[in-house]
Structures are given as structure tokens and as C-alpha cells.
Design a binder for this molecule. Sequence first.
Ligand code: URA
Length: 434
Amino acid sequence: MRMVDIILKKRRGLELTSEEIEFFIQGYTKGEVPDYQAAAFLMAAFFQGLTPRETGDLTMSMARSGDQADLSSIPGIKVDKHSTGGVGDKVTLILGPLVAAAGIPVAKMSGRGLGHTGGTIDKLESIPGFQVTMDNQNFLQQVKRVKLAVVAQTGHLAPADKKLYALRDVTATVDSIPFIAASVMSKKIAAGADAIVLDVKVGSGAFMKNSEDAFSLARTMVEIGTSVGRQTVALVTDMDQPLGFAIGNALEVKEAIETLRGNGPADLRELCIYLGTEMLKLAGIAEDELVARRKLEELLSNGGALNKFKELIEAQGGDPEVVENPDRLPGASSVYPVISDIEGYVREIQSEQVGVVAMWLGAGRATKESVIDLGVGVVLKKKVGDYVKKGEVIADLHVNENKEIAKVADLLRKAYVLQREPVVAKEILLGKVT
Ligand code: URA
């Protein structure tokens, strides 16, 4: 088999066999297929598309390209959750402890942030002492003991995806539904859970900018998961504004603690309950949505979820006191209020732009090598539907030495889209695919 023939076949729009896809993925992972041929293949497949069967084969080849977690020694149905990435998305910090407190074993592998999106691992690292790496045996033991462990995903899990994602990033082939679906699902399948709940974001801050594409991605991923025996459900959720108020690592941990305490922003709390409901149903812990919701609400109000978060922090070497005293988390040296120079109702808050602002402040990585500042970020004071008066504060920038603060503030101001007529904010949940 030759790579050049596979590229030609795809360029002509023909369907590849499973063997051809396997040849490409295993060859590329081992370095036998060079970047220039992989790049040509990506562009051909980007334009010609992949059939559902090809997308499924691509996913499974990528899932087999490295380690595959074996969670079978952990009793119970293991349910994983994945978000396609958003701004202010601190859901894992809340949902993990919440569903673990309800009885689901959560063996979570998470990523770091890049560009305008944040990553759960960076957020957890803002808790002093918190360790995000551990060997496999300790990981499994912690899940059995605490029902919850969150570690950084290693390069050994779906290494083909790691290499291909980097290549997609520099060849303008990221925003393809089959590639995104295969990328997400290969990692979820290799991570070993029995069932998967997906949070597919749609809006200005998401990969999918419109509902049609978001539902199409959701359907593609659900089909892949189901076809390999992993029950999969996808929720399509709004990202026309950041989730919650806080964007930035320690700031998001503080907001997560507030939410686990039973308070927190309404959109964030609702999304966690919707996703948790699906997880409880898949795990067989709740027979219907009403029972699941009641259980989750109870755990948020009676301290059960918050205690589980504390247990997680203790188990992974972090300072559990941050739960009672969030001021122990890293902070910023000053707070710079961003003042509106116009007035009206907030129609949209361009999430991507807010993510870029947080990155400029140092909360995110411009490149994989960037060192981040865990204490800085943005706290929104107005959300979609709110009325803003001229001269009112729309957001606070938490900063440590940023000489271009006025420019950054201007960028944040431009992320707010105001209009004269009243606005009704969209529901966080836009639909479900099973
Ligand atoms: N998230 C992933 O893991 N992969 C993609 O391609 C896009 C979002």
C-alpha cells in the first residue's frame, strides 16, 4: 500500500477502505508517513468529506494508536463527559464532584487550555499543591476510593490525534465535522468509559458557529460512540456568551466553589444539572429526568457535592482549605473596571474575544509553550439580556502588570454587542441527540 495512492483516491472523492485508513493512521503515528503527505490527505478529506463508515474507522484507528485505559476493575458504570470547548467552561470542576457524590465513578482525563479556550487541568493547578499526574494504579485506586480522579491526559492516549491536531492547526483543516468528531471520540473511547455525555457548544465562542453544524457534529459523534458499544448522548448548548461570569483559572475555581455551594451563575448551574441528569440516567442511578434533577439539586444544596470536591483536592495533594477560604487561591495585584461608553441591552458577548482578552492578561496560552498566570482573568458584570447604562462597569479585568491594559479593556468593550430593544437570553440547552 502506498500513501500517495490513498491521497489520490480521496482527492477523487472515493471511499477509503478500513485498511487504507489504518495504514495512514498507524504510519503517521510511527513517523513512516511524512507530514507533507498527511497534510495533503487532510486537505483532500477536508474538501471531499468522509462517509460515516470512514469517520468511524478513522476514530477507531486513532483510538488504537496508543494506550487504551482499562477501567474494568472499577465497579459500576463509568460515564465520561466531554465539551467541544468554550470560554468560561468550568463545568468539569462542578460536574465531576456532583455526579461522583451521586454515586458515579468518575475517571477523568482532561486537557490544558490553548488560544482563547481554557483547560480543566490549568484551572485545577491554581489550587496550591494540586497534582495532575499520577500512575495508572493510583488513578484507579483513587477512583475506587473517592469515586473521582482528574488527571492530565498523557501523550500516550490517542497519540495519532495529538499529532494530527497539531497538523490540522497549521493547515487550516481544524473546522471539519468528521475530523472534530474523530478527534473527540478517539480520545473518549481510548479513555475507557462505558458511556459518554457530550456537550457540543454552538455560538461565537465555539468551533460550531451555527446550530445546523452543531447538531450535525453531535449526530456524527453519537453515531460513532453507539456503533462501538458506548452509549452516547450529546447536548447542544449555547456559547453566544461565556459560561458564568468568570474567565481565568483561579477565578473559575472560585466560581465553581460557589456553584458547588448551591449558589453560582444560573446558566452554569443549569448546564451542570442537564449534563449530570444524562450521566445519572446512563449510569442507571436515576430512572428519569425528574429524579435525577432532584438528586443533583439536593447534592448542591446539602454540601454533598462541595465535600466531594474537597475530597478530590485532598486526594491529589492540594490545599482543601481553598474550599472554605477561596482567597488562598492565586489572585491578581489589581482590578481594572471596564466602563461602557454606550448604553442598551446586551444582545451578545463575543466569547472568543473575551477568551482572547483573558489570554492577553496571561490566563491563556498564545502558543503551547506559553507560561500562564493562574491569578488573572475577566469577571463579567453584565450578561445577555441585562441593561447597561453609559458609564456603568461591564466587566472587571484582574491583572498583574499589563502595560497595554487600556487596549485590552477596549477589546473587551468591543466584545459586548448592545441594542436598544430588550433582549431575552437564549436557554442554555438548545437540544439533545441520542
Ligand atoms: N476538541 C478536540 O478534542 N478535537 C477537535 O478537533 C476539536 C475540539
